[in-house]
Each structure stands twice: as C-alpha cells, then as structure tokens.
Write a protein that binds this ligand. Structure first.
Ligand SMILES: CC(C)(COP(=O)(O)OP(=O)(O)OC[C@H]1O[C@@H](n2cnc3c(N)ncnc32)[C@H](O)[C@@H]1OP(=O)(O)O)[C@@H](O)C(=O)NCCC(=O)NCCS
Length: 184
C-alpha cells in the first residue's frame, strides 16, 4: 500500500468492482467527462481494463483508493501511458461522488507523484483534464503541476466540443513535503 495523509493506494480487489462500476462507470456524465471516449454499458463480469486489472500490462498501473482510517473504498487512481524511454507517464483519478470535495483528490495526486517519481523513477508526469474541471485543476496545481497548454475543442463531451488543459510536473520541480510515503 502507498500512503498519503488520509488515503491509501492499494491493489484492486474483486469487491471494489461493483462499487466502482455503479458509481463511476455507469454514470454517463462522469464517464463521458472523464474518459475521452463514448460511454457504453458494461456487461457484468466483463474484462473491462478500467475495472479488471491485468498485472502483466507494464504501461498501466491501476490502484483502488481507500481511506486510511477504516479502509473504505473511495475511488480509483491510475498511472498510465508509462514510457520508460522518455521516463514519463500520465495520471488519472476518479472518486466516488460522496468522497469528492474533502481533500482526497489532492492527496491522491500526491501519492501518484510519489509512485511515479520515487518508485518508478520517472522524470515527467502529465495530466489532461477538461478546462472546467476546477477540482482536478486545483488538485494538480496544489501538487506543483503547471498548465502547459490548452487543447482547444479537443474533447467531444455529450454534444459539444470542450477544451482540455494539459498540466505537467517534472521530478526536479516536485516538492513531496510530507504528503506521500511508501509503506509495506
Ligand atoms: C477531480 C477529483 C478527483 C478532485 O478530487 P476532490 O477530492 O474532489 O478534490 P479536493 O477536495 O482535493 O479539492 C481540490 C481543490 O479543488 C477545490 N474544489 C473541490 N471541488 C470543487 C468544485 N466542485 N468546484 C471548484 N473547486 C473545487 C477545493 O476547494 C480544493 O481547493 P483548495 O486546495 O484551494 O482548497 C474529484 O472531484 C472527482 O473524482 N471528480 C469526478 C471525476 C473526475 O473529474 N476525474 C478527473 C478526470 S481528469
């Protein structure tokens, strides 16, 4: 488990899957805004990579996010698109609706930075998010990500083109503070 101040990132457990499916992936609006592809229904038990983890896939590391106090599942976090030549990767996260706006997102980004920079030795982390996603932008910027550009009309979301913001953080600019530490 990787530990932040209030959340931990652990492996995906079988019992997480129906909760994540119901609260994140069956939500058409959340899914359409977060995923850059059209929503479609998921057959129960299907091998959707967003839910069912392939431990052999080297470029994609999904976590389940839990509260350190009590272990309740609060969402998902992923280091994806890991490029070991350029030593870069993307990060993504999604919290169950009841656990948003409590500071967990900021904490999750901190732990993903620890995983990317310290555990994986990466040099650059990147986030793409819709330009109106204030909570995601702020969670990233609180961890030192800087806005590197706007991808104009890059996302088709429920009937309209929206801008995305590209944010990046380099290892040498990362200030880990006391937010994330690894523990067995
Ligand atoms: C985006 C998301 C991960 C952020 O996590 P969170 O736990 O809600 O965010 P936090 O509570 O850590 O808040 C981070 C900052 O954003 C602000 N914020 C939170 N919700 C906000 C909202 N709805 N509108 C404006 N600001 C908001 C907080 O005040 C905080 O700012 P501060 O540091 O100045 O106090 C979470 O809201 C979520 O899962 N949303 C749906 C899925 C999604 O959008 N995923 C990202 C796809 S790229």
């Amino acid at each position: 488990m990787l530990r932040g101040n209030r959340v931990g990132l652990r492996a995906r457990h079988e019992e997480d899957i129906p909760i994540l499916k119901a609260e994140l992936y069956d939500d058409v609006v959340n899914s359409s805004r977060a995923e850059s592809r059209p929503w479609r229904p998921l057959t129960p038990g299907s091998k959707d990579p967003r839910l069912v983890v392939d431990d052999q896939e080297p470029g994609h590391v999904p976590f389940s996010v839990v509260e350190l106090d009590g272990g309740t599942l609060v969402g998902t976090a992923t280091l994806w698109g890991i490029d070991n030549h350029n030593r870069s990767a993307h990060i993504g996260l999604g919290l169950r609706p009841a656990y948003r706006g409590k500071g967990y997102g900021t904490d999750v980004v901190a732990v993903l930075c620890h995983y990317g920079f310290v555990v994986r030795g990466l040099q650059r982390l990147q986030i793409e998010t819709l330009s109106d996603n204030a909570a995601m932008l702020r969670s990233a910027e609180r961890n030192g990500f800087v806005r590197e550009g706007v991808l104009r009309s890059s996302a088709w979301v429920l009937g309209e083109f929206l801008d995305e913001v590209l944010l990046g953080l380099l290892a040498q600019d990362w200030k880990p503070g006391s937010k994330a530490s690894a523990a067995a």
